[in-house]
Design a protein around this ligand. Structure first.
Ligand code: BTN
Length: 276
C-alpha cells in the first residue's frame, strides 16, 4: 500500500490550473462506489464546470462496456472531472481523446514513463494496460455536462490480480521503482486537460487530434475490430489508418472496406501474430 495519499490540501498546493479542480465543490472520498456515478449526480445538481470527484478506493468502479474497474485503496488514481463544454456539439467526443493526451503528458512529466494511447481511450505501456477513461454525458440538453472519469494504476504490488489479467496490467511504481505522488500527478493531469480543453472550446480540436496521433499506438497497426457487445463472432481485421475529425477510428479491412468506428473495442496485432 502507498504511503503518499490523495489529499485535498496537497492537491490544491500542486494545482496550477485556472479553473479545473479549483471548485469548492471538489470531493475526495475515503471510499465511494464510483467517482463517475457521484459526478453524474453532482452534475445533475448543478455542480460547476471544473469540479473533480476523487476517491481513495472505489467499491463499484466502472469500466467501459459494463466491465468493473478494480480500485483498491490508495493503489491508483480514481477521479472524475465534470466539464460543461462550450464547444460545438460534434466536437464533444474529442474531450475523451484530450483526457488521454493529458494523462500521457502528465505521466511523462511526473514519472518519466512514456504511455501510449490505444484507441479509443486505453493508457498502455507495451502490451499492458496502465489506465482507462470512462466518458459519460449527463442529459440530452445542449450544452451538456460531460463526466470524464479516469483510473490510473499507481501501485498494485500487494494487490491480488486475477489470473486472466495478470499479464495485461501495468502500474507506475513497478516501472519507476519508487512511490508515485497522486497529488502531483493529478495536478499535472488537470493542467494538461485544461489546456487541451481550451483548444477545443476555441474551435481548434485539430490541435488535440494531432496530439493524440503522436501518442497513438494504434495508427498504422493491424487491428481486429471486436464485434458488437464484445462478441468475437463479427470480428474484422484490417489496418488502422487514422482518426477522423470526430475522433472516430478509420480502419481499412483486408477486403478493402473502410470502417468508421465511433466506439467499441479493437485488439492490436503483435509481431508474433497474437492480438492484445
Ligand atoms: C476502462 O474500461 O478502460 C475505463 C476505466 C475507467 C475507470 C475510472 S476510475 C474513476 C472513474 N470512476 C469509475 O467508476 N470509472 C472511472
Amino acid at each position: 500500500m502507498s504511503t503518499i495519499k490523495l489529499d485535498l490540501a496537497k492537491l490544491d498546493a500542486c494545482l496550477k490550473t485556472t479553473n479545473l479542480g479549483k471548485s469548492a465543490s471538489n470531493e475526495l472520498w475515503e471510499e465511494l462506489d464510483s467517482t463517475n456515478t457521484r459526478a453524474y449526480f453532482l452534475a445533475n445538481s448543478q455542480a460547476p464546470s471544473g469540479t473533480v470527484v476523487m476517491a481513495r478506493k472505489q467499491t463499484a468502479g466502472r469500466g467501459r462496456q459494463g466491465r468493473p474497474w478494480q480500485s483498491p485503496k490508495d493503489a491508483g488514481i480514481y477521479a472524475s472531472f465534470i466539464l460543461r463544454p462550450t464547444c460545438k456539439k460534434e466536437d464533444i467526443p474529442v474531450y475523451t481523446l484530450a483526457l488521454g493526451v493529458a494523462a500521457s503528458r502528465a505521466i511523462l512529466s511526473s514519472t518519466g514513463v512514456e504511455v501510449g494511447l490505444k484507441w479509443v481511450n486505453d493508457l498502455v505501456v507495451g502490451r499492458k494496460k496502465l489506465g482507462g477513461i470512462l466518458a459519460e454525458m449527463v442529459g440530452d440538453d445542449f450544452p451538456p455536462a460531460l463526466i470524464l472519469g479516469i483510473g490510473i494504476n499507481l501501485n498494485l504490488s500487494n494487490v491480488e490480480i486475477p489470473d486472466d489479467l495478470v499479464n495485461h496490467v501495468e502500474w507506475l511504481s513497478r516501472l519507476t521503482g519508487s512511490e508515485i505522488d497522486p497529488n502531483y500527478l493529478l495536478a499535472e493531469l488537470a493542467l494538461n486537460l485544461e489546456e487541451l480543453s481550451n483548444y477545443i472550446d476555441a474551435g481548434d480540436k485539430a490541435h488535440v487530434l494531432d496530439a493524440w496521433r503522436k501518442h497513438s499506438v494504434t495508427l498504422g497497426k493491424q487491428v481486429q475490430v471486436i464485434g458488437s457487445e464484445g462478441s468475437h463472432k463479427d470480428n474484422k481485421e484490417g489496418t488502422a489508418l487514422d482518426i477522423n475529425e470526430d475522433g472516430a477510428l478509420i480502419v481499412e479491412t483486408v477486403g478493402g472496406e473502410r470502417l468508421t468506428l465511433y466506439a467499441g473495442e479493437i485488439s492490436i496485432r503483435n509481431l508474433d501474430g497474437t492480438y492484445c
